[in-house]
Design a binder for this molecule. Structure first.
Ligand SMILES: Cc1ncc(COP(=O)(O)O)c(C=O)c1O
Length: 373
């Protein structure tokens, strides 16, 4: 019986051949191994894709987030608001920068709750990190963006799930002041490990590029170190993988959206009956479907996951525990995250990636319907 994994890195055969040719050149000593022409081209192509002025490749999204916050020169008085339905890196980057993390509840789509956020804002709020969870951009994104702009609060996007997601004319990575992407192996496009910072702000760009490169002055032709940076650099091999993956990303997104539409159609009966519920993106937006999230209104979530796993369908439920419940944040003062707590025990995520075919998605949806009776 076929096994349906949660995620899968995907390199088409033709791309593998081309990547191997270029890799041989590198290994034969004809090209650089790190921070050379591939990295530069990938940064240029990625900023063009996101419609931003600048992009800085990093060795992970965790590094990208840490550098992005570091470029803001935060102090221990400064507060950064973070949603609680996310991966640890969205929160740990705040602590790494010595600032105060302020947890924010999420709405019914698992996205930063705008009304809750408003109540958390005070004179010390320096930034808000928004996570396009599973690849969905909040229906409130314009309101959030404008509200923060009016108050001179920086909006950082955690785009780890959202390559190519759009909202009207806006593209993920070009919505806030800074965007941070992940190219980890399970993501929409991958370089094994890897990340990218996007921005339109020249000052932020120069600081991030410097911090990524041990604090070097990027405008000086020599080794002058002007910031307390570290080595978060990107290799030429990663750059090469990135160039080829980016060429395919629209194809990947089209496929993911096709599979998502099949899941939606197959589950429409259960949705109408109120048995399951899905995220509801705005009409004028494109979900990137890093994950296909289903909220179960009546069933025991863990039991359903177990039953699907027994049928070789690797369903899971990111993220558990929720951010504010991670031991790292044990001693940090927090409010009750009522909605996140309530919803975090009710969702599952179905396999959605390039190796899930249309037929596979029909089989998976059928099996889910069987276990939900
Ligand atoms: C929302 C979110 N932010 C940040 C990260 C960190 O990404 P990376 O593994 O590239 O450091 C992840 C990784 O899964 C993530 O899901």
């Amino acid at each position: 019986m076929k096994k349906y994994n949660t995620a899968f890195p995907y390199f088409p055969k033709d791309d593998i051949e081309e990547i191997l040719k270029d890799t041989r050149e590198m290994l034969n000593g004809n090209k650089m191994l790190t921070m050379g022409e591939n990295v530069q081209k990938f940064e240029k192509d990625f900023s063009a894709y996101c419609q931003t002025n600048y992009a800085v490749a990093t060795n992970s999204c965790t590094s990208a987030l840490e550098i992005a916050l570091s470029s803001l020169n935060l102090t221990s008085e400064d507060e950064v608001i973070v949603p609680v339905q996310t991966f640890v890196a969205t929160g740990s980057c705040v602590l790494k920068n010595g600032a105060k993390i302020v947890f924010c509840d999420v709405d019914d789509d698992f996205l930063l709750d705008f009304e809750f956020m408003k109540k958390l804002i005070n004179k010390n709020t320096k930034a808000v990190i928004i996570v396009h969870f599973a690849g969905m951009i909040s229906t409130n994104i314009i309101r959030i963006k404008e509200y923060l702009k009016e108050r001179n609060i920086i909006l950082v996007e955690d785009d780890a799930h959202a390559h190519g997601a759009t909202f009207g004319d806006l593209k993920a990575g070009n919505i806030g002041d800074i965007g941070c992407f992940s190219f980890y192996s399970t993501k929409i496009m991958t370089t094994g490990e890897g990340g990218m910072i996007t921005t339109n702000n020249q000052e932020i760009y120069e600081k991030c590029a410097s911090l990524r490169n041990r604090g070097m002055d990027i405008n000086y032709k020599g080794e002058l170190f002007i910031n307390l940076g570290s080595n978060h650099r990107f290799t030429e091999f990663q750059g090469l993988l990135g160039i080829y993956q980016l060429k395919r990303v629209e194809e990947f997104l089209e496929h993911r959206n096709k599979i998502a539409n099949i899941y939606k159609n197959e589950l429409s009966n259960l949705i109408d009956k109120g048995i399951v519920r899905l995220q509801v993106p705005a009409q004028n937006s494109r979900h990137s479907y890093w994950r296909f999230i289903i909220f179960l209104n009546n069933h025991d979530r863990d039991e359903i996951i177990q039953k699907l796993n027994a049928l070789n369908i690797k369903a899971d439920a990111p993220y558990f525990p929720l951010l504010h419940n991670q031991p790292l944040f044990e001693n940090i003062e927090k409010e009750n995250m009522q909605n996140a707590e309530r919803l975090s025990k009710t969702h599952i995520s179905l396999p959605i990636h390039m190796l899930i075919s249309e037929e596979d998605s029909i089989i998976i949806a059928k099996k889910l319907k069987e276990v939900l009776v």
